[in-house]
Design a protein around this ligand. Structure first.
Ligand SMILES: NCc1[nH]cc(CCC(=O)O)c1CC(=O)O
Length: 341
């Protein structure tokens, strides 16, 4: 692997999955880059990943991390592609040797959306109603909030999932708000789940760009797309998940905000303004049936340079993860990582 020669930088190849959401994301980054560098030629290299092929199994059972990114990373190694655009949520905590997340984009809505053709909110669902999701994180929090609801597995890309709702298989389904907004399906959102009801997944609502670590020309080209404040929040969330050895297919939730004061009471609205230097991280680990939902949080004041703040954010993630482990998160997670033992 090496730096893309400057002369080659007239062409940039983007590796992307082929789902409508993934294509939207890749095209969005392409368009932002073209605005900055009109003379650049940008190609999309469309790739099918393992996560796209196996559609009938809950993700946690397929095992292996990075189901949606491995083939894209291979294209970066091979030099077929220069960058890969990801939903950060899908990117494993430990990147392969030689690759880096050059860009964390400004965060969009981090929440989960309540989607139904009949009901306005989770509170309106009748007793025993069927809710579709394949996410253990959503499942354990919904069951903790409403133990009477039934969770039924729901896989496939966003369009497929909406089709299954429309076919009458579910009373409601839960999808990421940002995913629906990006592909202009926001009219399907009946409401956003409160942060406190369903703490988001690590990285939910943020795009990230992966590239070769030593590709300084490409890193320089990408730099204007990076958002330093989003990066701090996302580093904290990812450090928590990394310390718990989680991927995105585990019942782990974490959400960090930057705010102007110390407030740590549960809130029903999310703060996505990135004002202030207090970094507040909340984390949760739950039992799939909702019978246990561990919660931990900590708020720190960031000081110093961007690099120092990122190190403090990383340590915050580790500290909150340690609190969860002290409360018993290890037993819950190892039952998921090693179901046989
Ligand atoms: N695992 C699939 C996935 N990866 C990223 C998003 C949505 C966009 C985002 O969170 O950035 C989705 C769909 C969903 O969870 O509904």
């Amino acid at each position: 692997m090496s730096t893309t020669p400057l002369s080659d930088l007239l062409t940039l190849n983007i590796a992307t999955r082929q789902s409508p959401l993934a294509l939207w994301q890749a095209e969005h980054i392409r368009d932002r880059l073209l605005k900055l560098y009109p003379e650049l030629t940008i190609n999309l290299l469309k790739i099918v990943t393992k996560g796209d092929k196996i559609l009938d199994t809950p993700l946690a059972k397929i095992g292996g991390k990075g189901l949606f990114v491995k083939e894209l990373e291979q294209a970066l190694y091979d030099g077929q592609a220069d960058i890969a655009v990801h939903s950060l949520k899908d990117v494993p905590m430990q990147l392969p040797e030689g690759l880096t997340l050059g860009v964390y984009c400004k965060r969009e809505a981090p929440t989960d959306a309540f989607v139904s053709n009949t009901y306005d909110s989770i509170d309106e669902l009748p007793e025993g109603a069927i809710v579709g999701t394949a996410s253990l994180r959503r499942q354990c929090q919904i069951k903790a909030y409403r133990p009477d609801l039934q969770i039924k597995t729901l896989r496939g890309n966003v369009g497929t999932r909406l089709g299954k709702l429309d076919a009458g298989d579910y009373d409601a389904i839960i999808l990421a708000t940002s995913g629906l907004q990006r592909i202009e399906l926001d009219e399907r959102i009946r409401g956003e789940l409160a942060i406190d009801t369903c703490l988001p997944a690590v990285g939910q609502g943020a795009l990230a760009i992966e590239c070769r670590q030593d590709d300084t020309n490409v890193l320089e080209l990408l730099a204007p797309l990076n958002d330093d404040k989003a990066r701090i929040r996302l580093i904290a969330e990812r450090a928590l998940n990394r310390h718990l050895e989680g991927g995105c297919q585990v019942p782990i939730a974490a959400y960090a905000v930057l705010q102007t004061d110390e407030a740590t009471e549960a809130t029903t609205v999310y703060d996505n303004n990135d004002n202030g230097s207090h970094l507040w991280l909340r984390g949760r680990v739950g039992q799939a049936d909702g019978s246990k939902l561990l919660k931990a949080e900590k708020c720190i004041v960031l000081t110093g340079s961007q690099a120092e703040k990122e190190a403090q954010a990383n340590q915050l993630g580790i500290d909150v993860a340690k609190k969860l482990l002290a409360d018993g998160a290890g037993a819950i997670l190892s039952a998921i990582y090693h179901p046989e033992s």
